[in-house]
Design a protein around this ligand. Structure first.
Ligand SMILES: Nc1ncnc2c1ncn2[C@@H]1O[C@H](COP(=O)(O)OP(=O)(O)OP(=O)(O)O)[C@@H](O)[C@H]1O
Ligand SMILES: [Mg+2]
Length: 253
């Protein structure tokens, strides 16, 4: 589904992603963990080329995204082609990023309508189905500031799903939430995983990683230091840095 090879990314002279190699299979749930500043968000943003990269390649469903080769030369992909590829990738952020002046329903139907993916009737039906799925059928006409954080994040998930993505990326989707609201968002994500959605999730929710991840990716200082099944990562990690990180996280929750 996503293939990343020899990816290097710099901000100025700061080398933030170092020779990243990672393949994410169809239907896989991959959780990325690691200390603050280790490059988790940057890696996620590179996956749909929201960030330019300096070397390496990223492919989505076997199609390179971002840079293309033409007559032996590498060049940036035209914006329309890039946007077309990004439609396959849904993204959910820590801070919801809903449009405050649009109702819940309008937030969900906006992209499919503007991009001509659906007519109004289909877009509305899709919104209703997705709202039912995230348990918010009764809030279609509410505005974001009338919703709790957990409800806003579930709307953000429904909005991303409205574009019928092939893969969903989550960047700390529960970090901005009060503890009692975290469960409802994780439940919506678990449901999605059970339906077979390919998911890449940056999170500090180790319970989610243990229960739902097919593989856990551990990052530190711009590198992937370890990738394995959750029981290995949590019970018998090979890297000392993984142990140190997990010890810190698990003693603070
Ligand atoms: N737009 C930017 N310009 C310059 N440096 C940046 C930018 N975004 C991130 N960085 C730097 O890149 C490194 C990786 O940041 P990133 O946000 O990917 O880390 P992270 O693992 O997601 O951290 P956190 O857990 O705090 O969200 C950090 O050193 C950060 O300061
Ligand atoms: Mg981050």
């Amino acid at each position: 589904m996503i293939e990343i090879t020899n990816l290097d990314k710099y901000y100025g002279s700061h080398h933030v992603l170092k020779d990243i190699n990672l393949t994410i299979g169809q239907g896989e749930v991959v959780v990325i963990i690691g200390p603050s500043g280790s490059g988790k968000s940057t890696l996620l943003r590179c996956m749909n080329y929201l960030e330019p990269i300096q070397s390496g390649q990223i492919s989505i469903e076997n199609q390179p995204i971002g840079m293309i080769e033409q007559n032996g030369k590498h060049k940036e992909m035209p914006e329309n082609q890039l946007n077309k590829m990004r439609e396959k990738v849904g993204m959910v952020f820590q801070n919801f990023n809903l449009f405050p002046h649009l109702s819940v329903r309008e937030n969900i139907t906006l992209s499919p309508l503007t991009l001509g993916k659906m007519n109004k009737k289909t877009a509305n039906e899709t919104a209703s189905t997705l709202l039912a799925k995230v348990g918010l059928s009764d809030r279609a006409d509410a505005y974001p500031d009338q919703l709790s954080g957990g409800q806003k994040q579930r709307v953000a998930i429904a909005r991303a799903l409205a574009m019928k993505p092939h893969v969903m990326l989550f960047d700390e989707p529960t970090s901005a939430l009060d503890p009692e609201l975290i469960g409802e968002v994780l439940d919506a994500m678990k449901e999605l995983a059970r339906e077979g959605m390919t998911m890449v999730v940056v999170t500090h929710e180790m319970g989610f990683a243990k229960d739902m991840a097919d593989r856990v990716v551990v990052m530190d200082q711009g590198q992937i230091i370890e990738v394995d099944k959750p029981d290995v990562i949590f019970q018998n990690p090979s890297q000392e840095r993984t142990k140190t990180f997990l010890h810190k996280v698990l003693t603070h929750t």
